[in-house]
Design a protein around this ligand. Structure first.
Ligand code: F6P
Length: 324
């Protein structure tokens, strides 16, 4: 393995608040260690097309507090093919890039795994997704900001829900996982939380909502977008049919969950992970993700992060029940 002198950094998949803080940390740490840094635009798409620009310390100035990603991002179908990855490799060679840092989620890490199996360039992953669904890390960049965005939106919904004794089904993101719904639900004091990891919650919810409506109380139910019983709008329609006296509304929070200035937690952790990713490259690590477990930086083989399943903390569901 050649000494790493020039690295590439990219963001891929769904953007997440804090990605810019990670780009800044990667760039400045690499420069600190005497390396050159190139920003690869639009994720793997830019790698294939050679849309690659030099980053210096000034290029990442004033971005720490900004949501989105200055490098832009993409979900790239061509990179899933061996031909696409060959084109990407040729571009990396052309730019003399001999180490890549990928900030993204499971789709991005699947690409990184394939690339580092096929070619002799180390790929280091930094977990960046609001979903927090990656195995091997308790934390992903953007998750904390998304939770805070949801909490502030639901607090507002609660004002109107309680004024009119309404039942609100609020759908949040998270892909197939319920981390976002579970944690934001606890933070909002939601009356119900529907997540794909916990089955058969509707009967319990029916009984609880009937009791609350008798007491003239409003309710907020957080629904994960991947919930097995259906989307929030469908569940709400079923409940409205069963309970015509309920005054039911649905809110889909949508992409506001992905935007906004990153929280302090996201800024600090993204900075730590950016530094750790460059240090992993310097340490000759190959195809790993840097993550955070029990507030310590860890290295996890990148293929494991996509192959293995991360479960929710089941004890949190007991808390939900107890605090209702
Ligand atoms: O993975 C992040 C995420 O925001 C998921 O929570 C959501 O399912 C998905 O991306 C939405 O993707 P898009 O922005 O492409 O609609």
């Amino acid at each position: 393995m050649d000494t790493i002198k020039r690295i590439g950094v990219l963001t891929s998949g769904g953007d997440a608040p804090g990605m810019n803080a990670a780009i800044r940390a990667v760039t400045r740490t690499a420069i600190h260690h005497g390396m050159e840094v190139y920003g690869i635009k639009r994720g793997y798409q830019g790698m294939i097309e050679g849309d690659i620009v030099k980053l210096d310390s000034l290029a990442v100035s004033g971005i720490l507090q900004k949501g989105g990603t200055i490098l832009k991002t993409a979900r790239c179908a061509e990179f899933r093919t061996p031909e696409g990855r060959k084109k990407a490799y040729d571009q990396l060679k052309k730019f003399n890039i001999n180490g890549v840092i990928v900030i993204g989620g499971d789709g991005s890490f699947t690409g990184a795994t394939l690339m580092s199996r096929e070619y002799d360039i180390p790929f280091i992953g930094i977990p960046g997704t609001i979903d927090n669904d990656l195995y091997g890390t308790e934390y992903t960049i953007g998750y904390d900001t998304a939770l805070n965005t949801i909490v502030s939106a639901v607090d507002k919904i609660r004002d109107t829900a309680s004024s009119l004794n309404r039942v609100f089904f609020v759908e949040v993101m998270g892909k197939e996982a319920g981390f976002v719904a579970l944690h934001s639900g606890i933070a909002c004091g939601a009356e119900g939380i529907l997540i794909p990891e916990v089955k058969g919650q509707l009967d319990k919810l029916r009984v609880y909502l009937v009791q609350r409506s008798k007491e003239f109380k409003s309710s907020i139910i957080l629904v994960a977008e991947g919930e097995d019983e259906g989307r929030a709008i469908d569940i709400a329609a079923r409940f409205q049919k069963e309970f015509p006296d309920f005054d039911i509304r649905t809110t889909i929070l949508g992409h506001i969950q992905r935007g906004g200035s990153p929280s302090a937690v996201d800024r600090v952790n993204a900075s730590r992970l950016g530094v750790a990713a460059v240090e992993a490259l310097l340490d000759d690590q190959q195809s790993i993700m840097v993550g955070i477990m029990q507030n310590e930086i860890v290295h996890v083989p990148i293929n494991k992060t996509v192959k293995l399943h991360k479960d929710i903390d089941r004890d949190l569901m007991k808390i939900v029940d107890m605090l209702q």
